[in-house]
Ligand binder design. Sequence first.
Ligand SMILES: Cc1cc2nc3c(=O)[nH]c(=O)nc-3n(C[C@H](O)[C@H](O)[C@H](O)COP(=O)(O)O)c2cc1C
Length: 220
Amino acid sequence: MDLHEAIRARHAVRRHTDRRVEDPVAAELRAAVDAANAAADLAIQLVLDEPKAFAGPRALGQFRGVKNYLALIGPKGAQGAEAIGYHGERIVLRAVQLGLATCWVGMTYSKRAMPVSVRPGQEIHAAVALGYGVTAGEGHKPRPIEVFTSAAPPFPDWFRRGLEAVQLAPSAMNQQRFRFDLMGDSVRARPGGPYGQVDLGIAKCHFEIGAGRDGWRWAD
Ligand SMILES: Cc1cc2nc3c(=O)[nH]c(=O)nc-3n(C[C@H](O)[C@H](O)[C@H](O)COP(=O)(O)O)c2cc1C
């Protein structure tokens, strides 16, 4: 499964079976976490076989059987949140390639129940539940790509492909309030909504995969 296929196969899955996440899948996940932490000075931690963060009443309103997750820890503030979104989604897509079900979580889990260390200047921005899904999930109904930009069609091919990947991006409460402005061959991405910076990082990750590397760049 390549990254384009992983983007299409990823859906929020909130019910997991009892099957444990073991090597070689666990080792591959750890490698993805290490790469993300090294790339952006993050402190993401993979937690396996530890149900407490998803065992309280808030989590149980949404989740069942979640025992594995990523604690998405990074520098406090907007830049840290965007980096967590971008690199967290890279790990999510790797997890999907490895046959795992995933769901981003901002609210319905317990941060305090996580056995993780958070250094001064850092915070837990969010989590991602990981495991073998009871179902493959369904995903959200895609909005037309035009809602994600103020640019008028026809779009350059790379921009259209980028927005088609953005269409499939997970977002808090499925709000997808990020926007992508086109200025010649550069793109400015803007946040919006609750968890706006995390959502923006996720959407930028999708845009880059969809658009490919050539013919455009992010605006400064
Ligand atoms: C930053 C962020 C926070 C989220 N928080 C929660 C949450 O607290 N509880 C939950 O059940 N789902 C949460 N989600 C999952 C979204 O509801 C889900 O991604 C969205 O409805 C789109 O569905 P899809 O992921 O299947 O495409 C969150 C997603 C993101 C990106």
